[in-house]
Ligand binder design. Sequence first.
Ligand SMILES: [Mg+2]
Length: 211
Amino acid sequence: MTFRPWARRIAVGSASAAALVAFAVPAEAAGPTTASTSATAAVTAAADVDYTTWQRDCQTVMDQALPYLKQRIADARPGERQAIVFDIDNTTLETDFGFSFPQPANRPALRVAQYAQDHGVALFFVTARPGIIAGVTDFNLEHVGYDVSGLYVRGFLDLFKNVADYKTAQRVDIEKRGYTIIANIGNSATDLSGGHAEKTYKLPDYDGQLS
Ligand SMILES: [Mg+2]
């Protein structure tokens, strides 16, 4: 893994979005060259947390989540359909460190996700990413090892909603589909507020620097 600094949140967010949209449209319109150029420009803006620190901090949180999940999965009620909700950017994928496509998995989160999916838990991904990149996002998640039971991306009207409200509404929808959300894992406060999960686990965003 290349050791990279990251850019500040807004610069990185727009570069990440530009990169993904570039991959989502035909090569003649905007190819990977365009995407990597944008990403390179963004990372020069620089920062204060390195990859190793981020991985260690993520592992610390996942070390708390895994024993709980093992117990909760073992204690499943008869007929209960258990689910975990994950954020995507800088939670399940290395968005602000992995300027490539497919983006690598955030390995501490992947290990927890794979334990859960191997034990019958459905994984739902709720992201503020726009619907235009749903296909590449789903492919990326599956490619790096996640079993995607559902992917929620923002539709046009959702773009006008508060992100926390939008994400909460998706968890309500998952519950209406008959699932019990045993954990909600994300790296931003807006991933986790609003209830509709038995437990929440917050990965670092370093005061909003990571999307
Ligand atoms: Mg995120």
